[in-house]
Design a protein around this ligand. Structure first.
Ligand SMILES: Cc1cc2nc3c(=O)[nH]c(=O)nc-3n(C[C@H](O)[C@H](O)[C@H](O)COP(=O)(O)OP(=O)(O)OC[C@H]3O[C@@H](n4cnc5c(N)ncnc54)[C@H](O)[C@@H]3O)c2cc1C
Ligand code: SF4
Length: 325
């Protein structure tokens, strides 16, 4: 399949990237960011929402920096998996992303900004034309959503990235840079419950790096993933959990691949800590998280099965954390 034509820009610094973005916006020219390209370029080959300009972050020097508490957006998944600086939970999750070949190119920033997925959308142009398109890539036809028809405002495509729930369980923040300056927000506030908008990035803004709190290194975690083929598939459901051993109040659980956004389960966790705050009712907590997620029928496995598996994955993740009381 051939790549559509677009103009590729290669800034070498954050300032240059932001200036390029501002200039294109002022000229009314649409663009996409690209990092490893393992998500956006296959979509381009399928003529899905292509843009005339693409700004690559690959040569932005600061974006490659990595320490134990700061991960630049262009750090590759392979580097994350093999670096002694990476938190063990991130190394575990990274090793479960795609295949070894893709992990060499795929980046942390691209993973967090991954486009939402849907089997009516991630298809070739001919296939999508044959079903008269869908709301997220309607080619000017005003086509309806194929998953939840007759509402035509929302897209319920699924976020299927693996790193986000793990970074949420480690209480990570993201640093965003754009024409309006720089801001830092908790990762849990980064996503937006609409498969088309996906996240809170403003026009021309990009995700520069992820920051972890100092005490993240004390956290022990586990990531449990359901997928069709263990060798490379996207998650069909994913549960990340972490805690500071001995302190059940520090328990954090987050899920992915079940809705348009990855998210934490603060209320469910709080409801199942024992009365004296030092015990966790693992079985009841797993059921409660299962009940809270609402997968729809737009990925490889049926939503009822994915939902059922959330209970199993939660129990597995919690049992890997050690004695929760
Ligand atoms: C066969 C296959 C299997 C896969 N399996 C998995 C899997 O198991 N788990 C998983 O999580 N992913 C999987 N992926 C998806 C993808 O490879 C990874 O999520 C990867 O980490 C994306 O990173 P990238 O740098 O290649 O992103 P790109 O393709 O470069 O970008 C992805 C999206 O993010 C935007 N973007 C990129 N960087 C930034 C930034 N810094 N700021 C703002 N926007 C940005 C782009 O505009 C684009 O919309 C798979 C892909 C393939 C092809
Ligand atoms: S959820 Fe609906 S609008 Fe979104 S990609 Fe799927 S069919 Fe299209």
């Amino acid at each position: 399949m051939l790549m559509p034509p677009f103009e590729l820009h290669h800034p070498v610094s954050v300032e240059e990237a932001v200036a390029l973005a501002s200039d294109l916006l002022q000229r009314g020219e649409a663009f996409d960011w690209v990092a490893g390209g393992t998500d956006v370029l296959p979509n381009y080959k399928w003529r899905i929402n292509t843009k005339p300009h693409v700004i690559s972050l690959a040569k932005v020097v600061e974006a490659h920096d990595m320490t134990s508490t700061s991960i630049g957006c262009t750090v590759t998944i392979e580097r994350l998996v093999s670096s002694p600086d990476a938190h063990p939970l991130l190394a575990e999750a990274g090793a479960k992303i795609a295949s070894s070949l893709i992990r060499r190119t795929a980046t942390v920033g691209g993973n967090l900004c991954l486009d939402t997925r849907c089997f009516w959308y991630n298809q070739s142009e001919d296939w999508r034309r044959s079903i008269d398109w869908c709301h997220k890539a309607d080619c000017g036809t005003g086509a309806d959503c194929r998953v939840i028809p007759n509402q035509n405002t929302l897209c319920v495509a699924t976020y299927q990235g693996d790193l986000a729930p793990n970074l949420m369980a480690l209480e990570a923040k993201v640093v965003l840079v754009g024409p309006q300056g720089q801001r830092t927000i908790p990762l849990v506030e980064f996503y937006e419950l609409d498969g088309m908008k996906k996240n809170t990035l403003a026009e021309g803004e990009f995700l520069l790096r992820v920051e972890l709190p100092e005490d993240a290194s004390q956290r022990v975690g586990s990531y449990q993933k359901l997928r069709v083929r263990e060798s490379w598939d996207f998650p069909e459901a994913g549960v990340a959990a972490s805690w500071i051993p001995g302190d059940v109040g520090s328990l954090r659980i987050a899920t992915t691949a079940l809705e348009s956004i990855p998210r934490t389960h603060v209320e469910e966790v709080e409801a199942h800590l024992g009365g004296n705050g030092n015990k966790v009712d693992v079985k009841a907590l797993a059921v409660s998280i299962q009940k809270s997620v609402k997968p729809v029928n737009n990925t490889a496995l049926p939503p009822a099965y994915r939902r059922k598996m959330v209970r199993v994955l939660t129990k597995r993740a919690l049992s890997a954390l050690g004695d929760l009381g």
